[in-house]
Design a binder for this molecule. Sequence first.
Ligand code: PAF
Length: 287
Amino acid sequence: MTPRLVRTRSQLADALAAPAASPARRAVVMTMGALHEGHLALVRAARERADQVVVTIFVNPLQFGAGEDLERYPRDLDGDLALLAGAGADVVFAPGVEEVYPGGEPLVRVSAGALGERLEGAHRPGHFDGVLTVVLKLMHLVRPDVALFGQKDAQQLMAVRRMVHDLDVDVEVVAVPTVRDPDGVALSSRNAYLDAEQRTRARVLSRALRAAQDAAGDGAPAETVRQAAVDVLAAEPGVVVDYVALVDDTASDVAPDHVGPAVLAVAARVGTTRLIDNVVLHLEEGR
Ligand code: PAF
């Protein structure tokens, strides 16, 4: 099925209002394009939960800081549409910047609060405010019942969940597990920046997560679990670690005696490419 491509708000409104399209349940998958199997997993999960699936493709300038990769961020609308044709999307909304931000950058924005200042937010000030602002705008334009986000961007998922909860947005948020290549590397549009040697080095992130997972499985306390990941990362030359953190659902560090779910999140630079990855763990009472 070839999805219907719409570029403007009014074309989107028409596509959503078409009588044949009036769905009992509408899902949205928001993307910045450069689609890969991870995005397609989101679309397939959306298809299972809704009668109509809308995919948005928009490289949101608001969430890129000065000196980040806004200009070189990969863009390939034709390739994206070809991939989506087989994945079950009904409508693809691919607006230009002027369409999303008529009159320039918005004066009023959504704030991610303290959640947006930790981990990724500490390295990318304003990033999550930019993400939440566009996510809320796209929710208003698409009016979905359910929105699907990848677990890969764990802090983004936390921020969206909190926004929906704190601002009473009537949308169900569903997390979809991270898709990995057979070598363990989490799929990401930014992997395209890695050369062959860097790509091999990038495997260390998932190895570090596995070490933490094993430690948690052995009943180790929080700091031992975190340290297991730190040690694996430290042994890989050419990988500069930004953070290794064991956090709760507000991206705050868990207490040393924490028991229950937690997210082990890592960020590291391989060459000039910054990669993030995470795993959801369950910390048990000390054995
Ligand atoms: O995860 C992304 O691709 C982006 O942050 C999102 C959610 C599409 C908002 O621009």
